[in-house]
Design a protein around this ligand. Structure first.
Ligand SMILES: NC(=O)C1=CN([C@@H]2O[C@H](COP(=O)(O)OP(=O)(O)OC[C@H]3O[C@@H](n4cnc5c(N)ncnc54)[C@H](OP(=O)(O)O)[C@@H]3O)[C@@H](O)[C@H]2O)[C@@H](O)CC1
Ligand SMILES: Nc1ncnc2c1ncn2[C@@H]1O[C@H](COP(=O)(O)OP(=O)(O)O)[C@@H](O)[C@H]1O
Length: 540
C-alpha cells in the first residue's frame, strides 16, 4: 500500500473538489467516519441510541468532518456535544448542521484560562462514551496550542476512548513525530490514503481504517510503501519444478566468534528457515553451527565459501583483526551485502573499509538505534542535513529525516548505503525504495532476535537478486515474517486468523508470553504459512 504526504493528498483533492458540488467531498469523508464510529460505539456500548458522544472541534476542515459525523450520529439517537476550541473559526456548515439536529455546543472562549473550572466541559467529558478528535488533521503543524493541549489532558485524565479523525492530533502528518501532548486514540479513521504518520507512528494511532473518498492519486509519488501479507506471500521464495538448492538465492553468513557463538547459530537459523536454498557459513564456530544445523555448508574463510547471491556479515563476528579481514574480503564482492552489529561497528570506526566496495554493489545496513548513531558519527554532516546525536534527536527529527541525514553524510564521501533502522516501527530506505513495517507487537524485542532477522533478510535479499527485487523490498518482506514469527511464538502458535482481537485491538495485544530469539527462528515456517494464508489486513 502506498503512503502519501499531506501535500500529495491536497494536490489530488483539488480536481475532485472542483468537480463536485460544494461540501460533497467533506460529506463523503464524514459519512465514512460516521460508519466506522458507529461500529466503535456498538462495540463499546452495545447500542448507539442514548450513547454520549463528544466532538472536539478545531478550526479547520478536520473539525468540519467531525461536526458532520456528529450530526449523523445524532440522527441515530446519540447525545452529541461539540466542544469548540476556536468558536470564531468553526466550520460553519458543519456547526449549523449539528445545531439543526439539536446537538449540544460548548464554545471555549479564548480568554478562558482555567478549563478545569468549566463545569459544562468537565461534565461532558465525564459522561461521554467516546470522543472524536477533530482538533487538527493534515493541516496540523507543531505542538498543539491551547486550549487543545489542556483538553487532551482532561480527556486522558478521564480515560475517555477517542477516535481520531484523519490524524491523531499532535502527531505530525508527514514525519510521524509525536509532540507532547498528543491524542492517544483507540482508532484512527483516515481519508483517501495513508499518510506517513499512520505507519511511522503506527502504534500511537490505534486501529487504522481507511475511507475511500474517490481521490485519484495516480499523479502523485508515494513517499513510502507498506507491504500487505498478500504482497509478501506472492514474492516469498517457493521452489518451483525446475528449482534446486542454488536457484532460489544462496546466502553466505559471516557471523559468530568465540565470544558470541550463539549469534552465528541464530543468524544461520534465520536464513535456513526463510528459504530452501543453500546457506553457507564462514566463521570460527562451524562446529556449533553444524551440531544444530547440519544442513549448513561451512568453511573457514569467506574466500572458500563458493558462490553466493548475497552476503551477510556482522552478528557476533567481533571487531578484531580477523573480523576486519573477513569483512574486507566480503566488501569487495559484487553481490549485495547485509551488514549488521559488529560489521556496522567496524565500518563506523573505519569507514575507509567501504572504499573496497564495488561502485554499484548494494549495501544494506541494519542498525538498531545505538548502531545507527555510531554510523552517524562516521562522517561530518552535510549542509541542510543535521545528523542526530541521540535517541531524543531521532525522535524529534523523525526516522525519515534521521536516516536521510546519515545517508547524505555517507553519500558525500561517494558511498551509497541503504539503511534499515530497527525497532517497533522499522524504517527501510535506499535507492530501491522506502518501506515501513509496524511490527504489530513488541515480542521481537529480545536478545539475538536481530541476528535471526539478519539471517532472514540475507536469505530474502539473495532470492531478490535472483528475481530482480530491490534489497529494500526484500528486507521489508523479511521484517514482516520476523515480526509475525515473534507474535506466533509469543501466542503459543495460534495463527493470526484465529486471533480476532489482534485485528480488533491493533497494538494492544491482551495475551502472550515472552519468547527467546531461538523460538522466533523456530516460528519462521509457521509465520510464512500464516502470511501465505492471507492474514487479515488490520486496515479496514
Ligand atoms: N484534503 C482532503 O482530501 C480532504 C480533507 N478533509 C479533511 O480536512 C482536513 C484538513 O483540513 P484543513 O486543511 O482545514 O486543516 P486542519 O487539519 O483542519 O487544520 C487546520 C487548522 O488547525 C489549526 N492548527 C494547525 N496546527 C495547530 C496546532 N499545532 N495547534 C492548534 N491548532 C492548529 C490551524 O490554525 P492556524 O495555524 O491556521 O491558526 C487551522 O485552523 C483533513 O485532515 C481532513 O480531516 C476531508 O474533509 C475531505 C478530504
Ligand atoms: N519495541 C520493539 N517492538 C518490536 N520489535 C522490536 C522492538 N525493539 C526491537 N525490536 C526488534 O527486535 C530485534 C532486535 O534487534 P537487535 O537490537 O539487533 O538485537 P540483537 O543484537 O540482540 O539481536 C529487531 O528485529 C528489532 O526490530
Amino acid at each position: 500500500m502506498n503512503v502519501y504526504t499531506a501535500d500529495s493528498i491536497r494536490a489530488a483533492e483539488a480536481p475532485l473538489l472542483a468537480s463536485l458540488p460544494e461540501g460533497d467531498l467533506m460529506r463523503r469523508a464524514s459519512y465514512g467516519l460516521y460508519i466506522h464510529v458507529l461500529d466503535e460505539i456498538r462495540r463499546r456500548c452495545g447500542t448507539v441510541y442514548g450513547s454520549h458522544i463528544l466532538l472536539i472541534v478545531g478550526a479547520g476542515d478536520n473539525g468540519g468532518d467531525t461536526l458532520w459525523a456528529g450530526t449523523y450520529l445524532r440522527g441515530k439517537g446519540a447525545a452529541v456535544t461539540a466542544v469548540l476550541l476556536n468558536p470564531d473559526h468553526t466550520h460553519a456548515a458543519g456547526l449549523a448542521a449539528l445545531r439543526a439536529v439539536h446537538g449540544h455546543v460548548i464554545p471555549l472562549p479564548p480568554e478562558e484560562t482555567d478549563l478545569s473550572a468549566n463545569t459544562a466541559l468537565t461534565a461532558a467529558i465525564h459522561t461521554t462514551d467516546l470522543a472524536l478528535d477533530g482538533i487538527v488533521g493534515i493541516g496540523g503543524r507543531g505542538p498543539l496550542r491551547e486550549p487543545a493541549s489542556t483538553v487532551i489532558g482532561l480527556l486522558d485524565d478521564a480515560h475517555v476512548p477517542i477516535v481520531s479523525v484523519d490524524i491523531p492530533s499532535g502527531i505530525d502528518p508527514d514525519t510521524g513525530v509525536r509532540h507532547a501532548p498528543h491524542v492517544h486514540p483507540v482508532a484512527t479513521v483516515t481519508f483517501g490514503a495513508l499518510k506517513p504518520c499512520h505507519v511511522l507512528a503506527g502504534p500511537s494511532c490505534g486501529r487504522i481504517s481507511l475511507v475511500d473518498i474517490g481521490l485519484d492519486l495516480s499523479g502523485e509519488t508515494p513517499v513510502m510503501q507498506v507491504l500487505s501479507d498478500a504482497d509478501v506471500a506472492a514474492q516469498w521464495p517457493i521452489p518451483g519444478a525446475s528449482d534446486n538448492k542454488y536457484t532460489t538465492g544462496v546466502v553466505g553468513v559471516c557471523a559468530g566468534s568465540a565470544a558470541y557463538p550463539g549469534a552465528a547459530l541464530l543468524t544461520v537459523s534465520g536464513a535456513a528457515h526463510a528459504s530452501s536454498a543453500m546457506v553457507r557459513y564462514t566463521g570460527s564456530v562451524s562446529d556449533l553451527v553444524l551440531s544444530h544445523r547440519p544442513d549448513t555448508v561451512c568453511t573457514g574463510s569467506p574466500k572458500q565459501a563458493g558462490r553466493v547471491n548475497a552476503w551477510i556479515a556482522g552478528p557476533g563476528m567481533g571487531t578484531d583483526e580477523g573480523a576486519y579481514d573477513r569483512l574486507s574480503w566480503i566488501l569487495k564482492q559484487e553481490v549485495p551485502i547485509v551488514l549488521d552489529a559488529d560489521a556496522i561497528t567496524l565500518i563506523s570506526n573505519t569507514p575507509e573499509l567501504m572504499d573496497k566496495r564495488p561502485r554499484d554493489a548494494v549495501t544494506l545496513l541494519t542498525p538498531h538505534t545505538g548502531e545507527f548513531l555510531r554510523l552517524c558519527t562516521s562522517y561530518p554532516e552535510t549542509p541542510h542535513y543535521p545528523l542526530p546525536t541521540s535517541v531524543a534527536d531521532i525522535e524529534r527529527m523523525g526516522r525519515p529525516a534521521a536516516v536521510t541525514a546519515c545517508q547524505k553524510a555517507w553519500e558525500n564521501q561517494g558511498i551509497t548505503i541503504s539503511i534499515l533502522l530497527k525497532g517497533r516501527t522499522t524504517y527501510i530506505a535506499g535507492p530501491g525504495g522506502v518501506f515501513v513495517e509496524d511490527t504489530g507487537s513488541s515480542w521481537a524485542a529480545t536478545p539475538g532476535s536481530g541476528d535471526v532477522l539478519t539471517g532472514l533478510i540475507g536469505a530474502i535479499v539473495a532470492h531478490g537478486m535472483v528475481v530482480g527485487r530491490s534489497v529494500e523490498e526484500s528486507a521489508a518482506m523479511a521484517v514482516r515474517v520476523h515480526s509475525r514469527a515473534a507474535l506466533l511464538a509469543a501466542m503459543g502458535g495460534q495463527t493470526w486468523h484465529t486471533l480476532d482481537y489482534v485485528v480488533d485491538e491493533g497494538a494492544q495485544l491482551p495475551h502472550g508470553a515472552p519468547v527467546t530469539a531461538s523460538e522466533i527462528s523456530l516460528s519462521i515456517s509457521a509465520a510464512i504459512r500464516d502470511v501465505q494464508a492471507g492474514g487479515e489486513d488490520t486496515l479496514q
